[in-house]
Design a protein around this ligand. Sequence first.
Ligand SMILES: NC(=O)c1ccc[n+]([C@@H]2O[C@H](COP(=O)([O-])OP(=O)(O)OC[C@H]3O[C@@H](n4cnc5c(N)ncnc54)[C@H](O)[C@@H]3O)[C@@H](O)[C@H]2O)c1
Length: 296
Amino acid sequence: MEWKRCKYLAAMNTIKSVAVCGAGTMGSGIAQVAAMAGYTTIQMDVHEPTLAKSKELIHKNLRFLVNKGKLIQAEMDACINRIHFTTETSACKADLIIEAIIEKEEAKINLFQLLAGINPETTLFATNTSSISISRIAHHIPHPERVLGIHFFNPAPLMKLVEVVSGKQSNSASIDKAVNWVKAVGKTPIVCKDAPGFVVNRVARHYYLESMKAMQEHKMLPEEVDRLMESSGFKMGPCKLMDLIGIDINFGVSQIVWNDLGKPIRLTPSTLQQAKVEAGELGRKTGKGFYSYQQD
Ligand SMILES: NC(=O)c1ccc[n+]([C@@H]2O[C@H](COP(=O)([O-])OP(=O)(O)OC[C@H]3O[C@@H](n4cnc5c(N)ncnc54)[C@H](O)[C@@H]3O)[C@@H](O)[C@H]2O)c1
């Protein structure tokens, strides 16, 4: 089975332990991926209810795999035992730190500065940011050559692609380590440059923004836009996708990409999306976005 191959590769990798900061949509999935590949994993979030939800979700996902015959019970138990759930930032001591906290530059810098003070200089610092400049974050961190982007896609346990983003200061040893680790967890790493939105999020901006323009200008409903785009070959319509990503996260990425590219008119963040953020309609995670969802 594929996950056994991952565990073999994991054993060959110099990284032995991983701390995932943030247990929301992305952090929870990344922690699951790391633990399934055999890594001792710390899953940290400052918000206790989110941490509890992440624990529940990882159990549910693994149980699903057991029921499908893709994982045996002993493997599920071992995987769960590998994850240490905590609300303590000071518990995040590991060979690889991956932060998946809110999309705010200052928050990410503060967290890395704190963790740099309690981890050795050999610890690799990776951010899962979708859009914030790696070089700007690295500039504030001791030994910036070990700071880079490891950008998973949503949902992390299922999506194969991972952008490994090289900042101005990232050295080749750090990039190689990250690429090998991404392979060891069974994903496909693509190394890319530190540019606004990197590659996927820059290209995808138009998918979201133009669909919201279509809704505003042509009075179209989310389900109409989604149905059209899905019929034209896209796997998931833009509104369903924004709800899955989190409308606040998607809006934050739009703002950063727009700003960092010099505010081009075509990439102006949507007022429709802004209104949803202000109303707290953030998508699946709050039960309402472009669609309504039943909360577990
Ligand atoms: N949602 C997506 O589809 C997606 C995809 C790829 C990358 N990303 C990126 O991943 C990151 C996280 O996004 P998300 O969607 O998981 O966000 P989210 O809102 O679901 O979760 C963020 C979590 O971070 C926690 N947090 C905030 N400050 C913290 C701190 N200092 N220490 C520990 N935990 C803290 C919050 O309590 C929250 O649970 C962002 O940088 C985002 O751009 C998101």
